[in-house]
Design a protein around this ligand. Sequence first.
Ligand code: SF4
Length: 454
Amino acid sequence: MEENKILNIIKKELFHGQADYTKNQPDLFIPHRFKILAPSQAGRFVEEVKASLIEKEILVYVHLPFCFTECLFCNSFPHKADEKIQKDYLNSLLKEIELLKSRGVFEGKKAKCIYFGGGTPTSFSNSDLKLILDTISASIDLSDGCSINSEAHPFTLSDRNRIRELRAIGINRLSIGCQTFDQQVLQLCNRKNSEVQIERVVKDAQDAGISINIDMMTGLPGQTMESVKRDLEILEGIRPDAVEYIRHEIVNPLIISHYKNHPELIIDHATLFQMVCMTQEWMSANGYEQNGRFTDDKQWGYRYHWLKEMPIIAIGSRARSYTRTICYDKHEELSVYSNIIRKGELPIGRYIYLTPREQMYRSLLLGIQLKKGMDIRLFRDRFSADPLDVFASLFSTLSAYGCLQQEAGAINLTKYGAYFVEDVCDYIIDAVLKEESGALIRTPHSEGKISSRL
Ligand code: SF4
């Protein structure tokens, strides 16, 4: 199919823009199937989680949901940074790791990657982060070359000694939010960072032996094609080790109310579509891997293994864990989270046992976010079913759209399918929901949760 035709079909049939549900880094999320877990049931449930952890290597996610600022594009709704509250949270988090160890969850396992996500994890001090890492290392062996990543706000890395210390405590990858270098757009988003600041943080991190990623966004309020082009030129000069371009998701109530007064700042679908195409072309031309095109774990260790369905044991409030057959979330309210831990129980709030069919969908959804795609033979061995039969209708529609193909024993995304990987994944999630409930019941991934500061 000719390229323009494919792009036109994607724009018309698949592209969700940003106002509806468009989840960056999609995984299978089926909100209506979650069941509440009473604290007294947690012990038995953990035994089931352990039985489902058949792999030796796991991923450890640590949720540090605090931040000192409030960007209008933020979709993680962190708590306001506060020394006392963070100290209490840290104590609960350390106890949670010890509880997981004492229940045998880490027995015989190795951590392939550890990921500090937020919020802004670097709103905690280096010694706090070290304490968490020491507690994890005392509870689970680390795989050789374990990737230890932290998200960070560039502002928290202004002291180069801090960066060196982060390396010394074991962090070997940093992921910093930048989003754009356009000062006018940043100001509209209540965000401050400059080109000089980012350039220096990248250099200091690389000098310290830390691999560094910069997060960028398209579709920000008032952003123009010119402004995105300028961002790309600046990135070419800075040359971080990895770049991620995601779409601004309109879920934060602050930006929603801002748009109500200034609808002219909303980026229209056609421009956003062009922005996605331009940034994706640039990523490919500059050797940066992106969702849908990951070839190995060099640029995106944690994400790569997640997409290969390595289990995730998540520590901290609200954090989501996955094994191949179970998904569960921790309690979100900090007081509930801490109280349950204080009573010596694991603070699991809700869970799903994935049906075989849901497991098949998850394999497809994650597998196609890798360049090689979902391995057809492995799927047949695991499920005793042919994915081309199981997903016949999906495959036929998405290949007619020019997004999905069968290649070298796998189902993978085409070039343009990979550019719009989130939209293809949304289509697949819709198929699961339609199949299960006969209707679309998606909500924004934030589920409408509002900032704790409003
Ligand atoms: S986007 Fe990052 S820096 Fe901004 S409020 Fe959210 S967590 Fe904080």
